[in-house]
Design a protein around this ligand. Structure first.
Ligand code: ZN
Length: 171
């Protein structure tokens, strides 16, 4: 587990979270159900209240959201290195991911998204980074969303050990 520094991030639980037209709703029938979301500038994480009953899942989702704050502060060299890692995986046709959030984006990627490094590719990279962190550092060792093969998991584990765990992670 790496050490972490940074200023306060507020965490709130709200019931029945949905995402509707880019907005976060609570207790409203509109939109798609979500577990959590982060507001990077407000330094706020909102979690669905139901997660409070399920520690392994709560820890997985919370680590994922916390690492969104880390991703934006990583700096370009480290982000580029993670990008190289993912490009290598795609070239080798590695299937699966370490969370649904990364996996559905990966499945929707087209070669032009990768070549142009457009928004879809950048969102996939961020989600993949956060899902990998959740896989490595949460207290949720088994999950049916961990679909990436062991060989690639090992490679990501080594990347995190080499590039992230040497100094405190800035949130
Ligand atoms: Zn995310």
């Amino acid at each position: 587990m790496p050490s972490i520094t940074g200023t306060t991030i507020r965490i709130e639980f709200r019931p029945e979270l949905t995402s509707w037209r880019g907005k976060l709703l609570s207790g409203d029938p509109r939109g798609e159900q979500i577990h959590a979301t982060s507001f990077l500038r407000k330094r706020l994480i909102v979690l669905d209240s139901e997660l409070a009953q399920d520690w392994p899942e709560l820890s997985r989702i919370l680590v994922h959201e916390l690492f969104h704050f880390a991703w934006v502060r990583l700096g370009n060299p480290i982000r580029l290195s993670y990008e190289d890692l993912l490009r290598g995986e795609l070239k080798s046709r590695a299937r699966g991911e370490l969370g649904w959030s990364a996996e559905w984006r990966k499945k929707a990627l087209r070669p032009t998204d990768v070549a142009e490094r457009n928004r879809k590719w950048r969102e996939y990279m961020a989600e993949s980074f956060c899902d990998t962190a959740a896989f490595l550092y949460s207290e949720c060792p088994h999950h049916d969303e961990y679909t990436l093969k062991s060989r690639w998991r090992q490679q990501r584990m080594r990347w995190f050990a080499l590039l992230l765990e040497k100094r405190p992670i800035q949130l």
